[in-house]
Ligand binder design. Structure first.
Ligand SMILES: C[S@@+](CC[C@H](N)C(=O)[O-])C[C@H]1O[C@@H](n2cnc3c(N)ncnc32)[C@H](O)[C@@H]1O
Length: 485
């Protein structure tokens, strides 16, 4: 079994686990006493400042996860189930993708108790997994210890002969992953392990984006006269940009997070206190996607969704490091056969994800009855402007919308949605972006329009962008929505 590297002098103590453990005991004591909120806050602050770490976010994260680790897996069971659905969707569409998502050398940026790596190893076939290797990174030694225990059996099953190369551990702070040229692999300096410029095929950031916080902004927030945003988006994008640099060409960055981010009202008070100090979610996925589009080479690939409960869902955003985008070649391709193939592939991919999406739904509780399984229906495909739509289980509007004048386009979308039978689906498929398009139809255009007009009646399920031809910039983007039954 690969061993976990020692937590290091980087933490400013030779006995970090003990010091963190003592801090957690101190925190528990505070919450046993009756104290005013202000008094409690002062005492909690004092303890957190003593936890090993280079700055406040690192210290608070260690305290939070040292306290939460023993019960983490029990609390997060339903979240893990929905991540399992998303991984199944991603795996199911792999055979059709030019660049499969889950493969090769993989970095779990904040592995926690190892749930994501464990799920990948269960969902993929043993042969697929044997082609992979993992670095399980996390700031919290307590969480990593649980990952070590959980993944032991997995390794025994999958890779008994090459344990050390199959899975390694590191303690990097993902806010500041640094990659130096010519520094391959996992580096060891004085017992400290750092991720080098090793170029991954896959990087996963699961349920952690909301925890990436900026010490300077925390200070400002505490000063009370700060009116800036509480999303800490700058540091989040900085971390994602550095992660992107570590990817190989055509490797993928996968962000999994829950939206909207909510803390349930029955959360243990100490956990809730620590969370309020550290949870800074991005308010919308659109905002995140807009920011991601500024990262060099980051090409949107897919957005998948699985249900968590009545109030929130788990999303997976997939980006590929696209050499064509990096080189800004930006050539457009006008070959109809290539476009046709990309369109067919996009439709097929979303039809596959639909099956897994409907598996993750519990309709009666959500006020839904039955969703019509798309595998069994013949979609009605519209490729020409029309104002008459036949009632259908599934409607696809293919490559027409960008050519229709404003106003008429919206009327057409409305009529198409109305023609979809209850429990059915509608897919919008268009080229992204034809050079002669009258209108650049962004992903947010669809979402904003549909939300404004069909709030509560349509539910976004997944989106996918399929490249049309190597070395060109355009692709087919498809969006699948389900209609409430
Ligand atoms: C909510 S858990 C998610 C764990 C795992 N990815 C999953 O989905 O099951 C968040 C994890 O992120 C780690 N973490 C938070 N901030 C981090 C940072 N800046 N660098 C590395 N790990 C971090 C925490 O220690 C914790 O284990």
């Amino acid at each position: 079994m690969p061993s976990i590297p020692p937590v290091t002098d980087r933490l400013g103590t030779s006995r970090p686990m003990e010091v963190i453990g003592e801090a957690v005991e101190g925190l528990k004591e505070i919450f046993k006493d009756e104290k005013t909120i202000a008094e409690r806050k002062k005492r909690v602050d004092a303890i957190i400042r003593n936890v090993p770490g280079v700055d406040y976010p690192e210290k608070i994260m260690r305290a939070l996860f040292a306290y939460w680790a023993p019960t983490y897996d029990v609390h997060m069971k339903i979240h893990e189930t929905s991540i399992g659905h998303l991984l199944k969707m991603a795996n199911a569409i792999q055979p059709l993708m030019r660049y499969p998502i889950i493969r090769g050398k993989t970095l779990e940026m904040s592995c926690g108790t190892g749930a994501v790596i464990d799920m990948i190893c269960r969902i993929m076939s043993p042969d697929q997994v044997r082609q992979m290797s993992f670095i399980a990174n996390d700031l919290s030694p307590e969480m990593q210890k649980l990952a070590h225990k959980k993944l032991q059996q997995t390794i025994d099953r999958i890779a008994p002969e090459n344990r050390e190369s199959f899975l390694t551990y590191s303690y990097e702070d993902i806010r500041s992953i640094e990659c130096e040229e010519n520094e391959p692999g996992l580096q060891e300096t004085n017992g400290s392990y750092r991720i080098g410029h090793d170029l991954f095929d896959l990087e996963v950031l699961a349920q952690t984006l909301h925890l990436i916080i900026d010490p300077a902004l925390i200070k400002k927030e505490e000063s009370g006269d700060y009116s800036g945003g509480r999303e800490h988006i700058g540091i989040k994008i900085k971390a994602l940009r550095s992660a992107f640099e570590l990817l190989r060409e055509n490797g993928h960055l996968v962000i999994i997070d829950e939206w909207p981010e909510v803390l349930s009202s029955d959360t243990d008070p100490l956990l809730a206190d620590l969370f309020h100090r550290t949870m800074r979610p991005i308010e919308s996925r659109q905002k995140l996607k807009r920011q991601m589009s500024h990262i060099t080479g980051a090409r949107f690939v897919s957005e998948l969704k699985a249900n968590i409960d009545f109030k929130h869902s788990m999303y997976m955003l997939v980006y590929r490091k696209d050499p064509d985008k990096m080189a800004c070649r930006g050539k457009y391709c006008d070959e109809s056969p290539a476009k046709k193939m990309a369109a067919e592939r996009a439709i097929e991919l979303l039809t596959i994800t639909d099956r897994h999406f409907t598996d993750s739904f519990s309709p009666p509780a959500l006020g839904w009855t039955e969703l019509i399984p798309l595998r069994d229906v013949e979609p009605k495909i519209y490729t020409e402007v029309t104002s008459v739509f036949e009632p259908s289980e599934m409607i696809i509007m293919q490559q027409i919308l960008h050519d229709i004048p404003d106003g008429i386009r919206e009327e057409m979308i409305k009529k198409a949605v109305q023609a979809v039978k209850k429990g059915g689906a509608i897919m919008f498929l268009d080229e992204w972006q034809p050079s002669n398009a009258k209108k650049r139809l962004s992903r947010t255009y669809f979402r904003d329009f549909l939300q404004a007009n069909f709030e509560g009646d349509l539910i976004f399920q997944s989106a996918h962008r399929e490249p049309i031809k190597e070395g060109t910039d355009n692709g087919m983007t498809a969006f699948l929505y389900r209609k409430k039954s």
